[in-house]
Design a protein around this ligand. Structure first.
Ligand code: ATP
Length: 634
C-alpha cells in the first residue's frame, strides 16, 4: 500500500472548493462525466490507430446511487489508468490544477462562467471522500486511490478486472440531496442529454420487441389478447447524435422540427424556420437556431439558446456570444472555442467571440434573404412573428440593416406588403407634398385610428400598419437616410395637412370672423393640453378633430421604448391639437349663435365627440358627455 502527500500547499482542498463555488456544486457530475467521455473517446482513437489492442464494445458511462452507503458512482469503460498514471494525472496534475484554480479565483467568484476546467477535483464539492478504482487498457494491475480531501491519499492495488474507471463519491452530510434519483436525473437531463457517449442511469421496462402477443377467441367469439412480454433494458438518458452534429443535407424539415421539440419539450408551437450553423475556420462552431412563433403567452426567459461545448451543456446565458437582437431565437450553439473561464466583459473583448457573433448575424441575414427570395408569399405570412427581431437587428447592426433593407416588409392596412424600395416607388407620385417631401403614412392601431385611416385611404394614400414597439426608432433611422422621406402617423394632422398639396381650400369665414371665433372656442375648451387650430377644410369633413403632432409623440415613444428620443421628452405631458374646420356648417352655427350657454354647449359636444374618436374621453368627462347627449335627444 502506498501512502503519500499530494504536492499542494493548501491544507484541505474540499472545504475551499466548496467555499468558492458555493452556488454551482451540481457541476461535479458534468465534470466527472466529461472525464469519462474523454477516456472513452481517447480509447476509441487508440484502437483506431492500432495502439490499443482491445474492443471498444458498446462503451457507456453508468451512473448509480447507493442510498445506504451514501455513494454516487460514475463508471466508464474508457482507457483507464495505471497506478503510475493515477499518481501523475490525479495527484500531480489534477491537484496542482486545483491549487492554481483557487488562487486565481479566490477574489473573483462572480467572474467565472461555465466553470469548465474544474475537472476531477470538483468531486470534492459534494463528497467528503473520493475513491478511484481504475484499470488501464494496458496490461497492468488495477489501482485503487482514496482521498478525503486532505493532501493525504492512499494508493493500493485493486482486483478490478474490467477496463475503465469507477469514481466513487462518498457524499458529504450537507450534500445528501444528490443521493435523490430525481436530483441526479435532473442534472443528467440538464447537462448531458446530448453527451457523446451513452449514459446509463438505472433500467427501464419496455415491451419486448421480439414478442407478439397472441390473440385468442373463446366460445362466444370474444377476443382476448395476452399481455405484452416485458424486458428490462438500460435506461439511456441521452441522444449521442443530436441534429446539430449532422450534416444539413442529411436532415429533413421534419428532423429539424423534431429536434426543436426534443430541445424544448414544453414548447407546443412549431418553429417558423431554422438556420444550421457550421464553421470550422477561423473558429469551430456548429449549431441550429430557430425563429420561434411569437405567441402572447411566450415567456422570453424560458427556452433560451443553449450553449454547449462538445455536446455538454454549459449555459443558457449567451449574452456577448449571440448578438442581442438574436437572443429571442431558440436553439443550440456548440463551440469549443468560447473561453469560459473569463468574465462577461472579457468574453465580449475576445477576438474569436466577436467573430462568432459576426458570423451568426451574417448567417441569419443570408437565411432571411434566401427565404424572401424563394417564397415571398410565405415570408409575408411569417412577417408578423419575425419583424421585431429584424427591426431590432436593423437598428443595432449597420451591416444587418443594409442586408435587411432588401427584405424588411412594410405592410399596409389593406394587407399589401412592400419592401422599402417598393413602397417609395408606389407612393412617389401621390404622396409627395408641394415642398417635395415624400410622406409615408402609417397607423399604429387600425381600430383606434379608424377614422383617420379612412380619410387617408379615401384620398388614395397607402397607410402602413406599423405596430412594433421599436418602430419609431426605425422610422427615425430611415428618415435619417434620406432627407426627403418623412413618416407621419395618420392622426398627426388633418389629412390635407399631412401631405400638403397646392390646392387651396377657400375659407367660408372671413379673417375677422376667424379672429372672433378662436377665443370663443379656446375659452370653452379651456385646456393647456389642446392647442386650437382653425383651418378651412372640406365642408363635409368633421367639424372638430383631434390630432397628435408627430414629432412630440414620436420622441416620447422612442424614449419610452429605450434609448433615442430627446432626453426628458418622456416626462412631457401629452400634447394634442384641436383642429376646427371653419368650413363646416356646425362651426358657422357656433359662430352665429348669440346664446352664450348654447354656444358653449355646442362646442363641448363637438369637442367631446372629437375626443371620443381618439379614445380620449374618460371618467367624469365621459359621464358628462353621456348625460348631455341624453338631454339632447330627450
Ligand atoms: N475517468 C477517467 N479515465 C481516465 N483518465 C482520467 C479519468 N478522469 C481523469 N482522468 C485523468 O486525470 C486527468 C486530470 O483530470 P481533470 O478532470 O482534473 O482535468 P482534465 O480532464 O485534464 O481537464 P479539465 O480540467 O478540462 O477537466 C485527465 O487529464 C486524465 O488524464
Amino acid at each position: 500500500m502506498a501512502k503519500g502527500n499530494i504536492n499542494v500547499s493548501v491544507e484541505n482542498i474540499f472545504p475551499l472548493i466548496k467555499k468558492f463555488l458555493y452556488s454551482d456544486h451540481e457541476i461535479f457530475l458534468r465534470e466527472l462525466i466529461s472525464n469519462g467521455t474523454d477516456a472513452t473517446s481517447k480509447l476509441k482513437h487508440l484502437i483506431a490507430i492500432g495502439e490499443a489492442k482491445t474492443e471498444l464494445g458498446d462503451a457507456k458511462i453508468e451512473i448509480s446511487i447507493d442510498k445506504d452507503a451514501k455513494t454516487i458512482t460514475i463508471k466508464d469503460q474508457g482507457l483507464g489508468m495505471t497506478a503510475d498514471e493515477v499518481e501523475k494525472y490525479i495527484n500531480q496534475i489534477a491537484f496542482s490544477g486545483a491549487e492554481e484554480f483557487l488562487d486565481k479565483y479566490k477574489d473573483n467568484e462572480a467572474g467565472i462562467i461555465g466553470h469548465f476546467g474544474l475537472g476531477f477535483y470538483s468531486a470534492f464539492m459534494v463528497a467528503e471522500k473520493v475513491e478511484i478504482i481504475t484499470k488501464s487498457f494496458k496490461d497492468a494491475p488495477a489501482a485503487h486511490w482514496t482521498c478525503d480531501g486532505s493532501p493525504e491519499f492512499t494508493l493500493v492495488e485493486s482486483d478490478k478486472a474490467d477496463r475503465g474507471t469507477e469514481i466513487v463519491l462518498h457524499v458529504a452530510e450537507d450534500s445528501l440531496e444528490f443521493l435523490e434519483e430525481s436530483k441526479i436525473g435532473g442534472l443528467l437531463n440538464k447537462y448531458n442529454r446530448f453527451n457523446q457517449v451513452p449514459i446509463k442511469f438505472g433500467t427501464e421496462e419496455i415491451n419486448d420487441p421480439e414478442f407478439t402477443p397472441a390473440t385468442t377467441k373463446d366460445a362466444d367469439g370474444k377476443e382476448t389478447t395476452e399481455p405484452h412480454r416485458k424486458i428490462t433494458v438500460d435506461n439511456i438518458i441521452n441522444n449521442t447524435e443530436p441534429a446539430w452534429t449532422k450534416a444539413p443535407a442529411d436532415l429533413s424539415d421534419e428532423d429539424y422540427e423534431n429536434f426543436y421539440r426534443e430541445l424544448y419539450p414544453m414548447q407546443f408551437e412549431e418553429s417558423l424556420f431554422h438556420i444550421h450553423l457550421n464553421v470550422d475556420y477561423p473558429f469551430n462552431l456548429t449549431g441550429i437556431l430557430f425563429f420561434p412563433k411569437l405567441s402572447p403567452s411566450m415567456d422570453m426567459q424560458k427556452d433560451k439558446i443553449q450553449l454547449y461545448q462538445n455536446q455538454v451543456f454549459v449555459t443558457d446565458n449567451v449574452e456577448g456570444i449571440v448578438p442581442d437582437f438574436l437572443q429571442m431565437l431558440k436553439g443550440v450553439i456548440d463551440s469549443p472555442d468560447i473561453p469560459l473561464n473569463v468574465s462577461r466583459s472579457g468574453l465580449q473583448a475576445d477576438g474569436a467571440v466577436k467573430k462568432i457573433s459576426g458570423y451568426i448575424t451574417k448567417k441569419v441575414g443570408d437565411k432571411l434573404a434566401s427565404l424572401f427570395k424563394k417564397d415571398r408569399a410565405d415570408f409575408e405570412t411569417k412577417w408578423n412573428d419575425i419583424k421585431v427581431i429584424i427591426e431590432y437587428g436593423m437598428l443595432s447592426e449597420d451591416k444587418f440593416f443594409d442586408k435587411a433593407k432588401k427584405f424588411a416588409l412594410y405592410p399596409t392596412v389593406a394587407d399589401s406588403y412592400f419592401t422599402f424600395d417598393e413602397l417609395i416607388e408606389k407612393t412617389k407620385e401621390t404622396q409627395t407634398d408641394k415642398e417635395g417631401n415624400h410622406v409615408i403614412l402609417y397607423t399604429s392601431n387600425k381600430e383606434a385610428q379608424h377614422s383617420y385611416i379612412q380619410d387617408a385611404t379615401a384620398k388614395g394614400y397607402e397607410v402602413l400598419l406599423l405596430d412594433s414597439p421599436i418602430i419609431s426608432h426605425l422610422m427615425q433611422k430611415l428618415e435619417g437616410g434620406d432627407a426627403k422621406i418623412k413618416f407621419s402617423r395618420v392622426d398627426a394632422d388633418h389629412v390635407d395637412n399631412l401631405i400638403k398639396k397646392d390646392e387651396n381650400v377657400i375659407s367660408k369665414l372671413s379673417d375677422d370672423e376667424i379672429a372672433t371665433l378662436k377665443p370663443i372656442i379656446e375659452g370653452a375648451v379651456n385646456s393647456k393640453t389642446y392647442t386650437v387650430q382653425l383651418e378651412p377644410m372640406d365642408s363635409a369633413s368633421s367639424p372638430f378633430m383631434i390630432t397628435v403632432p408627430e414629432f412630440m409623440r414620436r420622441m416620447k415613444e422612442m424614449q419610452a421604448s429605450g434609448g433615442g428620443g430627446m432626453m426628458g421628452m418622456g416626462n412631457f405631458p401629452d400634447m394634442y391639437n384641436l383642429v376646427v374646420n371653419t368650413n363646416s356648417p356646425l362651426v358657422s352655427e357656433i359662430l352665429n349663435n348669440k346664446d352664450e350657454a348654447a354656444q358653449k354647449g355646442l362646442i363641448s359636444q363637438a369637442f367631446d365627440l372629437a375626443k371620443l374618436s381618439q379614445n380620449l374621453l374618460h371618467g367624469e368627462e365621459l359621464t358628462n358627455f353621456i348625460k348631455r347627449s341624453y338631454a339632447l335627444i330627450k
